[in-house]
Each structure stands twice: as structure tokens, then as C-alpha cells.
Design a binder for this molecule. Structure first.
Ligand SMILES: C[S@@+](CC[C@H](N)C(=O)[O-])C[C@H]1O[C@@H](n2cnc3c(N)ncnc32)[C@H](O)[C@@H]1O
Length: 272
């Protein structure tokens, strides 16, 4: 893929999803675009680009964004955030609250929002408060996987035996290997979640909050300062005073204008 073609793909990714693609991503974009070309039977990359850019081709824009976004995730990723959430939920309950709202802002294939739901269920046991977890992503393919809630045994290894037994049902016979066995999230976990497509680069976000916890992890790394600033201003608007934002361990809010206070690296609080 030559530079001018890559630059046009890069402009679309930035304009439509706020995703900044560096030159080093050229090979990756090339491979992912080639898949779309095969699916559409378009041999020439310039023809695909013209098709993508043609007026009102929103459907292909969605496919293109699905193809170029990176969706790596796993259950209980960066586990310290879930441990902290568990501690915070105890304090939250001790303060007498009963309406819990959590937003998972880049939920990928669901492992993160289901880990949140499992943490909530573990914390409250049978007496669940009025709890909802909103899980959003720009990528429709991973959102569909998340909504389906099916995973192989290998991916569940980050959970405890009790969590696997309490929150998943086995779909395949016992003798299958971890990789080949399939599990589905049980209804009591699924019921806590609402999945929606949301583009973090487009503000204002279509919700009013207030939110008690926002997990927005490992997505800001794809954004430049302008898009990160938009995102953080919106998260600050949506958080309840005292609410917490968790970002990825390799991310920071340094250089952004915000009233959120760092409690520790990757954990921020909206002050009352
Ligand atoms: C690397 S995954 C991180 C998943 C999860 N938060 C975690 O930490 O494991 C990044 C996710 O951000 C999503 N994403 C990228 N750009 C986005 C945007 N503009 N709006 C919403 N989600 C976006 C991708 O589709 C992908 O699922």
C-alpha cells in the first residue's frame, strides 16, 4: 500500500473514530483492508478506497472500522482494578446507596464488562441493588460477540473455579480440552448488562449519568490529545461526585485539562 493510499485510510479512521494510525500500522491496515476487499470481491485497493469514500457508504465505514480496530482483551485484565472495585462497592453499600451505574466504555468482546458484572455479583451476593452495567464499543463485530456471551474454557482460566461454576454454563461435553470447550454466561450475569454501539470520538455522548464507575481502559492509547481531552471532559460530566474512572495501566491523563484527581496511577476520582 503506498503512502498516499495509507494516508487516506488514516484520515477516515481519524475522522470517523478518532483513531490515530501511525506509519508503523501500514502493514496491519493493509492486511485488514485486504480482507474487506476479498469479502467484497474488489481487487484493487484504490477501488475499495473509492467505494469506502463514496457518499453515504456508512455500512462499509462500519466494516472498515471493525476491521482496523484492535480488540485484545481478557477476563479480569489488570486485576487490581477489579479488586479496587470490590473494595469500593463495600464502601458504596455502607453509605446506603442502592442505584449502581457502571460504564465500560470500550468493552470489546465482553470479557471486561462480564468481569465487572461478576465482581458486582460476588460483592453483593443474592441481595443485588438496582445495578446496571452499560457496555459500549465502536466495533459491531465484537459487540455481537459480547452480547452472545460465549467463550472457550481457556479464556475463563483467569476466573476462580467458583466464578466459573456460578456464572457460566457449559455448552460442550466435559471431555473437550479447555480450548475446544464452550461456555455461556448465565442469565443472572447477562441481565446486568446493556450493550450499545458508541463512538468515543463523537461528543456529547448520548447519556446523562450520573455514573458511579467508568472503566475506560486501553482505548485512549489509540487517540491523540484532542480526542482524549473530549473523552475525559465527557467522563467528568457523567461521573457522580465521588465516582471513579479507571484507565489502562499504560495510560495517563497527564497533559489533559481535568478536575479528576489521581488516587493512584490509572485510577481517578471526581471530587465532591
Ligand atoms: C484493546 S481493546 C480494549 C478492551 C478493554 N477495554 C480492555 O482493556 O481489555 C480497545 C477497544 O476500543 C475500541 N475502540 C476503538 N476506538 C473506539 C472509539 N472511537 N469508540 C469506541 N470504542 C473504540 C475497539 O473497538 C476495541 O474493542
Amino acid at each position: 500500500m503506498n503512502k498516499s493510499i495509507f494516508n487516506r485510510f488514516r484520515d477516515i479512521a481519524y475522522e470517523k473514530a478518532g483513531i490515530s494510525l501511525s506509519e508503523q500500522k501500514k502493514e496491519l491496515v493493509s492486511a485488514r483492508v485486504a480482507k474487506r476487499q476479498r469479502a467484497l470481491n474488489i481487487a484493487d485497493v484504490s477501488d475499495y478506497l473509492n467505494y469506502l469514500e463514496s457518499a453515504n457508504n456508512n455500512d462499509e465505514i462500519v466494516h472498515f472500522l471493525d476491521a482496523i480496530s484492535t480488540n485484545f482483551t481478557h477476563f479480569m485484565r489488570e486485576k487490581s482494578h477489579f479488586d479496587l472495585l470490590q473494595d469500593e462497592l463495600q464502601l458504596w453499600r455502607a453509605r446506603g446507596h442502592d442505584r449502581l451505574r457502571i460504564w465500560c466504555a470500550a468493552s470489546s468482546s465482553g470479557e471486561e464488562p462480564y468481569s465487572l458484572a461478576i465482581t458486582v455479583l460476588d460483592s453483593f451476593g443474592g441481595v443485588l441493588p438496582n445495578a446496571r452495567i452499560l457496555a459500549t464499543d465502536i466495533n459491531t463485530t465484537v459487540l455481537a460477540q459480547a452480547s452472545l456471551g460465549e467463550y472457550n474454557g481457556k479464556s475463563l482460566e483467569a476466573l476462580t473455579r467458583a466464578q466459573r461454576a456460578n456464572y457460566f454454563e457449559r455448552l460442550t461435553e466435559r471431555r473437550k480440552s479447555a480450548e475446544d470447550s464452550r461456555y455461556r454466561v448465565k442469565k443472572n450475569v447477562r441481565e446486568l448488562l446493556v450493550f450499545k454501539r458508541l463512538n468515543l470520538a463523537k461528543i456529547p455522548y448520548p447519556m446523562n449519568g450520573p455514573l458511579d464507575f467508568v472503566f475506560c481502559r486501553n482505548v485512549m492509547i489509540y487517540f491523540d490529545r484532542v480526542v482524549r481531552q473530549r473523552l475525559i471532559t465527557e467522563v467528568e460530566r457523567l461521573l457522580i461526585p465521588g465516582g471513579l474512572l479507571m484507565i489502562g495501566h499504560s495510560e495517563t491523563l497527564a497533559g489533559l485539562t481535568t478536575g479528576l484527581k489521581a488516587l493512584k496511577p490509572s485510577v481517578y476520582k471526581k471530587m465532591a
